[in-house]
Design a protein around this ligand. Structure first.
Ligand SMILES: *[C@@H]1O[C@H](CO)[C@@H](O)[C@H](O)[C@H]1NC(C)=O
Ligand SMILES: *[C@@H]1O[C@H](CO)[C@@H](O)[C@H](O)[C@H]1NC(C)=O
Ligand SMILES: *[C@@H]1O[C@H](CO)[C@@H](O)[C@H](O)[C@H]1NC(C)=O
Ligand SMILES: *[C@@H]1O[C@H](CO)[C@@H](O)[C@H](O)[C@H]1NC(C)=O
Ligand SMILES: *[C@@H]1O[C@H](CO)[C@@H](O)[C@H](O)[C@H]1NC(C)=O
Ligand SMILES: *[C@@H]1O[C@H](CO)[C@@H](O)[C@H](O)[C@H]1NC(C)=O
Ligand SMILES: *[C@@H]1O[C@H](CO)[C@@H](O)[C@H](O)[C@H]1NC(C)=O
Length: 746
């Protein structure tokens, strides 16, 4: 019998139910209308009236009347973008796109969502040096599922009023008590107007994801946090004195739509956040049609760094999302703690599995049965997966059940019909601990076979699952689910950028949802464990805010460079995909505060890069906000990748002769002066790497120095990757850039 496994990773990894909605919402007799986003130029010069009226005017030129135009506009973006969202037929969208003043028209799509100890583990102890005066002026913005205002992580004891620059707002909403001096902004965006039956039209967090990410980023110190005694410690964010602003764009059953994402980016930029953290899936490889890439580009123009999760679609190659070069893309790593449960069989044999099971056994042993033997009929294939409706309650009552994993929730199924718990067999996703609502644990096929053989070798088999314990494991390592490179959008830019803890992270949770969200679960906790690149992202956003509190005028690119060039290299021994799994390595907060040199970039650098990548006037328009960019009249971006990126990636194409890439880079001195940096190169076998010059000297601060890296790689087999590095070393600083050479799949 084939062992069919149908597991949806995003459900495992974010506790988030996803029902992707189609963009359809209304149907007239003859044509279906969908939501579209229509981008106009950044300067609304079409008409000498308000931008909103301009939007109506543009739309009425293809509609029958002003009134009809007014009625089909859902939202006008006027603060940062000049755009509107409207319900249109495909024909109307096509006509609009042909208008001179319209840059582009895109259909609205729906995206999915992709502590304590983790900060100590990566080297940001409670005692780390902090710049409290500046930290209090930092506002971090999150685009997520909402927030829990009454959580201790967001209490404002000891906080003064928000910084003067802050323009954000917050009101009272259903189940939402309003903001305070810690939680200084909270809004929601639900432009499609379709009520979400599982959510509340309010910034309140019904899912738990947004409360968790916000508290990881900037939550207060909360001593004695735990999940029923597990993972006990002081919960805290990277910048506990910073303020939080939540922009709710993700809804429990409908996901996160482009229209809402853009509105939230606009609000966050206008409100004056310092850092944006976004743990939501990106979609297309084309930056000009991706709401997150577009929003983040405008954030970058306004000096705001956007940190994004790389996705939970690993270990497949080229699965990394949110890979635009102006985003900081985060992979998920594991810390040195695993949650294990022992299972003792009636014959005295002890095996072990992974998962969070907070239940103490009430009996010494329970009878155990295999799901495959407990169905209504032998022929029901669902029984071995303990699928809903397939098990005979008479055969399960009072027993533990051995099930194969198909979809999560077998613990709820078995409990509902009187069973006592489950042992779940899975070959995948064994690095993150799932929370269960009944005694349960996840075992691999070897252990499952042991249990199954025991069940079938004795007359009255029995077993017991013990409460979960924390076990120390070797770390860091990259999560199997963490999305991998190479970058599907630009083969000359290494992604993900950096790794941070994203497995079994303890942080604040919502009271509005049980721990599992499953039917019959009555477990609630102020803190919960979650896994995913969603959890890794706010760690790095927190480090970005931490750096910003020391260097308030650094650009988004300088902050990113500081994080990348100081990351701890990770061992390729435990990470087969090397840089394609972890980028520059594990984020290293205290080192990132003081990197010595930075690779800086501005808006024009990215435009030159995009021209070099083959973008043109029309495909750039949405990012730049006008059709005025003429790539052929710009100074060309120089070198192989045409960007001053802090890492280097060469794609080998040639079959017979060597491939040569000349990378041109400029570093800015942000460390002491005078100082001298010498280059150290590590070249993999078959690759020559030469740096010119080999030494850089700086006599003053902010001074820039340029250099060239010439990489010459021999032909190599398809899909192979090699790792090298360039390190600039002074007496005080180590500035490291990983170098990746790879051959794309033929
Ligand atoms: C635009 O409006 C301003 C006042 O709102 C007015 O002074 C100006 O003449 C107008 N320009 C045009 C071209 O209508
Ligand atoms: C939200 O508030 C309403 C009115 O106060 C209340 O009836 C409802 O139970 C609340 N919902 C949740 C999920 O707490
Ligand atoms: C299965 O799990 C057990 C217990 O954790 C472990 O000792 C064993 O190495 C695993 N086997 C495989 C093939 O991974
Ligand atoms: C930031 O401020 C420092 C000192 O005030 C100055 O030397 C530096 O040039 C500034 N950097 C930028 C990017 O504005
Ligand atoms: C610009 O780029 C787009 C997308 O790559 C392409 O479809 C279009 O033909 C290009 N236009 C010109 C004028 O090259
Ligand atoms: C773009 O710039 C080039 C070089 O300056 C020029 O020859 C060309 O006419 C320009 N194209 C447009 C559409 O303005
Ligand atoms: C850099 O190289 C120069 C010349 O080889 C040497 O004198 C100097 O000590 C080196 N500096 C560092 C920090 O390694």
């Amino acid at each position: 019998m084939s062992r069919k496994k149908l597991i949806i990773p995003s459900i495992l990894l974010s506790n988030f139910l996803i029902f992707i909605l189609l963009g359809f919402s209304a149907a007239t007799e003859d044509e279906q209308k969908e939501f579209f986003i229509v981008y106009l130029g950044d300067e609304p010069v079409i008409n000498n009236v308000s931008a909103v009226q301009t939007h109506i005017d543009v739309l009425s030129s293809i509609k029958r009347s002003d009134l009809e135009a007014k009625e089909s506009i859902i939202y006008s973006y006027t603060k940062i973008f000049n755009a509107f969202a409207a319900k249109l037929s495909k024909e109307e969208a096509r006509k609009l796109a042909l208008l001179d003043e319209v840059l582009s028209v895109f259909p609205n799509r729906y995206h999915k969502l992709h502590t304590t100890k983790s900060w100590d583990f990566i080297g940001l102890p409670i005692t780390a040096k902090r710049n409290l005066k500046m930290e209090r002026n930092i506002v971090v913005g999150l685009l997520d599922t909402g927030i829990t205002p009454q959580s201790e992580s967001f209490k404002d004891d000891g906080f003064g009023p928000p910084p003067r620059k802050w323009r954000g707002t917050c009101g009272h909403y259903a189940n939402f008590s309003g903001c305070n001096n810690k939680l200084v902004g909270a809004r929601y965006f639900k432009l499609d107007g379709n009520p979400d039956p599982s959510d509340i039209l309010s910034p309140v967090d019904v899912d738990g994801h947004g409360t968790h990410t916000s508290s990881t980023l900037a939550g207060n110190l909360v001593p004695d946090a735990s999940l029923f005694g597990l993972a006990r410690g002081t919960a805290r964010g990277a910048v506990p004195d910073a303020r939080v602003a939540m922009y709710k764009v993700c809804w429990v059953s409908s996901g996160c739509s482009d229209m809402d994402l853009l509105a939230a980016f606009e609000a966050a930029i206008h409100d004056g956040v310092d850092v944006i953290s976004i743990s939501i899936g990106g979609m297309s490889a084309d930056y000009a049609s991706n709401a997150i890439a577009i929003g983040a580009f405008h954030a970058m123009k306004n000096g705001i760094i956007t940190v994004a999760s790389g996705g939970n679609d690993g270990p497949s190659s080229s699965s990394v999302a949110n890979h635009a070069p102006w985003l900081l893309t985060v992979a998920a790593s594991g810390i040195d703690r695993e949650f294990r449960s022992k299972v003792e069989l009636g014959n005295g044999k002890i095996v072990s599995g992974i998962g969070v099971n907070t239940f103490e056994p009430k009996q010494k042993l329970y009878p155990i049965v295999s799901g495959a033997d407990a169905g209504y009929s032998r022929s029901d294939d669902g029984a071995r997966f303990c699928a809903d409706g397939s098990l005979d309650p008479k055969k399960v009552k009072g027993k533990l059940v051995l099930c194969e994993l198909e979809v999560w929730g077998a613990d709820s199924v078995v409990k509902e019909i009187g069973g006592k718990g489950i042992i779940l067999e899975s070959e995948q996703y064994l690095d993150a601990a799932r929370i269960f609502m009944a005694p349960a644990t996840v075992v691999n096929a070897t252990v499952s076979d042991t249990v199954n053989n025991y069940i079938h070798s004795t007359k009255s088999p029995s077993a017991v699952i013990y409460r979960t314990q924390e076990v120390k494991v070797p770390a860091p390592f990259i999560a199997s689910f963490s999305s991998r490179g190479p970058n599907p959008g630009s083969e000359r830019i290494l992604k993900p950028d950096v790794a941070a803890p994203g497995i079994d992270i303890l942080a604040s949770y919502t009271p509005l949802r049980s721990l599992t969200g499953l039917k019959g679960d009555t477990q609630h906790s102020r803190f919960s464990l979650m896994s995913g690149t969603s959890m890794a992202c706010p760690h790095v956003a927190g480090v970005a805010a931490y750096i910003k509190s020391f260097h308030p005028n650094w650009t988004a690119a300088a902050i990113k460079s500081a994080i990348l060039t100081t990351a701890k290299p990770m061992s390729s021994r435990v990470n087969n995909d090397a840089e394609f799994a972890h980028g520059a390595g594990q984020v290293n907060p205290e080192k990132a505060r003081n990197p010595g040199l930075v690779y800086d970039m501005d808006e024009m650098s990215y435009i030159q890069f995009l021209c070099h990548e083959g973008y043109n006037r029309s495909s750039l328009a949405v990012l730049v906000g006008s059709k005025s960019v003429n790539c052929s009249s710009l100074l060309p971006g120089i070198g192989y990748d045409a960007l001053n990126y802090p890492t280097m990636q060469l794609s080998v194409k040639k079959k017979q002769e060597p491939t040569v890439g000349v990378f041109v880079r400029t570093v800015t001195n942000v460390g002491p002066s005078p100082s001298i940096y010498n280059a150290t190169i590590r070249a993999p076998r078959g690759v020559d790497i030469v740096v010119k010059p080999m030494s850089l000297s700086f006599s003053r601060s902010s001074q820039k120095r340029s250099f060239k890296v010439v990489i010459k790689a021999k032909p190599m087999p398809s899909s192979q990757m090699l790792s090298g590095s360039l390190v600039w070393k002074s007496n005080r600083h180590i500035v490291r850039s990983p170098i990746v050479i790879f051959k794309p799949l033929d």
